[in-house]
Write a protein that binds this ligand. Structure first.
Ligand code: AQP
Length: 327
């Protein structure tokens, strides 16, 4: 069975971009692949965080994984920091990553371009840690939103570099990016990706938003004056984003979604989108409320940790021997 791995960094409450671009695909694939899904908690501290806040996001993220349909008996679900080998392999890979490669990573470049000062060394080198998260388990595929493509490309380069230098060490993974919903945009500014750490929350629908609040956000989403529901991201970014959200949740193509709304006025179209979003949130939140206070979270993480650790320690032993740093 082919292996798949992916993770989400709990820097805030998960949103429908995370759900559509990543989570729903993890759920879809868990029967056909040997699936590894982790909470990327080490990645959260590459920028300063409030420990109390981050701890809540962490717990919510695991509960939401389960509420969205991930199942501990069909997937290995674990906390990145529970498997110490991730940080260890991350350092080894950082020693094989060129400075120029890290300089070219979009998140680092964007922050630098905006004049950010005092960035941590951890923030600069996190792409090597991400490569470690993937290569540790010899994953064949990495299901991600399209903002993560660059990271998987660096991971592939590192795997090939290590394999050329030391022999066959790592499987070279491929990104798996879905056709619909690989980049959900901010509702208020559809030229920007929907993100958890945005300052204003009006453009972002969190999976734990009340259905009423979520519907309100959709009803006030930015549109245009063209008065036609068409998928045309260049000229109708807001409408195209709403169509994408609708199509992804209903699991239909963009063409099919477009055909449903010919002749619709924007207000009625938005109502239809709000309805499917509300239905989705109600289902997820119903399950979340059942899960959040139970032992299932601890059980899931414990089982996941044992399974992941076994593979990770074997991998790291082999690598350390190959590198000559183990007696
Ligand atoms: N807007 C999005 N549309 C589609 N997919 C998305 N993903 C994130 N935002 C969107 C996908 O969700 C997975 C987990 O992402 P992450 O949380 O690890 O990191 P991120 O991409 O940096 O997410 P955010 O929300 O933008 O977080 P912050 O604000 O902290 O940087 C990935 O597969 C990602 O592609």
């Amino acid at each position: 069975m082919k292996k798949m791995i992916s993770g989400i960094k709990p820097t805030g409450e998960l949103h429908i971009g995370n759900y559509i671009g990543a989570l729903r695909n993890f759920v879809k694939y868990q029967d056909d692949y040997d699936m590894y899904v982790f909470i990327a908690n080490l990645h959260t501290i590459t920028v300063p965080q409030d420990p109390i806040e981050i701890n809540k996001y962490l717990k919510d993220a695991i509960a939401l994984y389960l509420a969205c349909g991930l199942d501990k008996d069909r997937s290995t679900i674990f906390l990145q920091s529970d498997v110490l080998e991730h940080a260890n392999l991350g350092f080894i890979l950082a020693c094989h990553t060129y400075e120029g490669e890290l300089d070219r990573m979009t998140q680092y470049k964007d922050k630098k371009a905006k004049g950010a000062e005092g960035l941590s060394a951890g923030f600069y080198t996190y792409p090597s840690l991400m490569a470690a998260d993937i290569l540790m388990y010899d994953a064949d595929f990495v299901p991600v939103g399209d903002d993560q493509k660059q990271h998987v490309e660096l991971t592939r380069d590192l795997a090939q570099r290590m394999n050329n230098r030391y022999g066959d060490l790592f499987t070279v993974p491929e990104p798996l990016i879905s056709e619909v919903g690989a980049r959900i945009m901010d509702l208020q500014d559809p030229s920007r990706k929907m993100s958890k750490s945005d300052q204003s929350d009006k453009g972002c629908i969190y999976l734990l938003d009340s259905p009423k609040k979520a519907a309100k956000k959709i009803m006030s989403a930015q549109t245009d004056s063209l008065d036609q529901v068409k998928y045309d991201p260049e000229n109708q970014a807001g409408i195209s984003n709403l169509l994408t959200i609708y199509a992804a949740i209903k699991n239909i193509s963009l063409k099919e979604a477009e055909a449903l709304f010919t002749d619709y006025r924007y207000g009625d179209f938005k109502k239809a989108v709000a309805e499917v979003v509300v239905e989705l949130l109600e289902t997820i939140q119903g399950r979340y409320n059942e899960i959040i206070e139970t032992d299932i979270i601890a059980e899931t993480l414990n089982e996941g940790k044992i399974k992941a650790q076994k593979l990770a320690s074997a991998k790291l032993n082999k690598l350390n021997k190959t590198l000559g740093i183990q007696i």
